[in-house]
Write a protein of this length. Sequence first.
Length: 303
Amino acid sequence: MRVPHPIPYQGSKRNLAPKILSYIPSETQTLFEPFAGSAAVSIATALRKKCKRFHLNDINKPLIDLWRLIIEKPEETARQYTKLWNAQHGNEREFYDEIREKFNKTQRTDYLLYLLARCVKAAVRYNFDGDFNQSPDNRRLGRHPSMMKQDIIGVSNLFKDRVILTCQDYTKILSQAKIHDLIYMDPPYQGTFESGGFRYFQDLDSETFITSLYKLTERKIPFILSYDGRTDNKTFGKPLPSDLRLEKIEINAGRSSQATLLKRNHLTYESLYLSKAVIDKLGMDNEDIHQQELTHQTEMFIM
Ligand SMILES: C[S@@+](CC[C@H](N)C(=O)[O-])C[C@H]1O[C@@H](n2cnc3c(N)ncnc32)[C@H](O)[C@@H]1O
């Protein structure tokens, strides 16, 4: 099943989404993604029909405006992208700089989609004045408009009339979830294997974040958290307090591109933390979960 993914985004959970999905309890009502980005987990969940309603939130307003346009006006979004993509030919570098400047003045969503499709590593980077300052990837022209259109229409069909879109701080969103919902969190906090740290719209205060996890645990709200990770020999990120009683699972995320560049053979592992409410709903005990993970890793090894 081809998964549509219209917004190129560094840190997207696109490759890990099928694995994360296997821990979403059936009969979940609304899936909340308070740090939505390109919403890879919600897209995969909608495609597998594991959940009927979605709440996508991100602090980055132009990104949420882009989501709204993609979902509500897919044809128009695809047309705008095609127009920009076609206009760049023969003058690619200057055109990119011009659109970046215009985006910083207007925050227009069509400009943002074009910039994400063309910039280095699809990585959102802002300077201290809040201006988008990422450079273009001069080896690529950005996804072809026909592919982009397919993905835009694909996700619009998945989310239309089923999604709430908001642009708020995540703390405002967590309080809206109920016990039959699920929150999937992928905060920009713990850094990556690639660069040692994302530079998204803003950094996160770790104390406030941990307090939010305690509150969710107290309210028995099911949540799944992508938090830290490691390569074979190096761990990234601070450990979470043990009295949160989260179940940690390590997902084999393959070879890091940095390691490949350096011709090293390190595998990367991303951690996923399941709240007690999720484990109870899945009806699994801790041993079952680890057994499932071992089986999965063995299958990957055999393939
Ligand atoms: C690691 S990315 C999420 C990637 C996402 N899982 C995907 O599949 O594309 C983290 C996101 O959190 C957003 N963010 C940062 N601080 C936030 C805050 N205080 N509240 C809500 N969103 C925030 C960033 O703009 C960024 O899009």
